[in-house]
Design a protein around this ligand. Structure first.
Ligand SMILES: CC(C)(COP(=O)(O)OP(=O)(O)OC[C@H]1O[C@@H](n2cnc3c(N)ncnc32)[C@H](O)[C@@H]1OP(=O)(O)O)[C@@H](O)C(=O)NCCC(=O)NCCS
Length: 189
């Protein structure tokens, strides 16, 4: 896996490498996901240790026997994992309240992009997504898709700056609540 340097001013030249995660990384990747998506400061923060343990189990399974066209990437600073992302060829996840019928089209779908708070705004997510694009091209796909909540303005700005465009807006819950945006990037030649 190719490596690159963090380029922003705040980074003080810290070298960042991006590599494919192995089963041995499951615990550290789960810790990043729990820290980013289920912070202890949140309303159910006391559940974090259980959520982290369950994430670790799920990841370990995926990483031990990865399906074809699946990868979990980790961004490392000085041998320390600071960010992660997953990408897979799969059907688009549907809102839970919309029934799905049969096999859905498979496309390159990004999930679980997360960067430890202490390492944000240094280009780590951008670096991970650039590596995702390289992978997806190798899978002979012309597009990458992902979902983002409409209120996640930081992530939206990141995706827009990389060329992702709105495909459609979806209701997370029937009739109320925040909307989920399906974004797509067309990869150039
Ligand atoms: C969203 C997230 C992955 C961004 O990671 P990051 O490493 O800080 O992002 P980068 O440094 O690569 O950001 C690149 C550009 O994206 C935009 N951006 C990223 N985070 C931003 C924020 N919080 N506010 C405004 N713009 C932001 C900026 O344009 C930034 O460039 P700049 O720093 O030169 O202004 C990180 O904040 C995170 O883990 N959030 C919690 C989990 C999450 O929401 N994941 C996405 C789910 S869809």
């Amino acid at each position: 896996m190719k490596s690159f340097e963090i380029s922003s001013e705040q980074a003080s030249g810290v070298p960042l490498t991006v590599r494919a995660a192995g089963a041995e990384d499951a615990g550290r990747v789960a810790a990043i996901l729990a820290e980013c998506f289920h912070p202890v400061e949140g309303p159910v923060g006391f559940l974090q240790p259980w959520i982290q343990a369950s994430l670790k189990g799920e990841l370990a399974n995926r990483l031990r026997t990865p399906p074809a066209f699946y990868s979990c990437l980790v961004a490392m600073v000085n041998e320390h994992p600071v960010g992660t992302v997953e990408v897979a060829m799969r059907g688009l996840p549907q809102p839970w309240w919309i029934p799905s019928f049969g096999v859905r089209d498979r496309l390159a779908y990004v999930s679980n992009l997360a960067v430890s708070p202490a390492f944000r705004r240094r280009g780590v997510a951008r670096g991970l997504l650039v590596e995702v694009e390289h992978l997806v091209r190798r899978w002979n796909q012309a597009t990458v898709n992902l979902h983002v909540m409409e209120h996640n303005q930081g992530a939206l700005r990141l995706y827009r700056s990389l060329g992702y465009r709105l495909e459609r807006s979806e209701q997370e819950w029937p009739f109320f609540g925040p909307r989920k945006l399906l974004l797509e990037k067309r990869l150039g030649p």
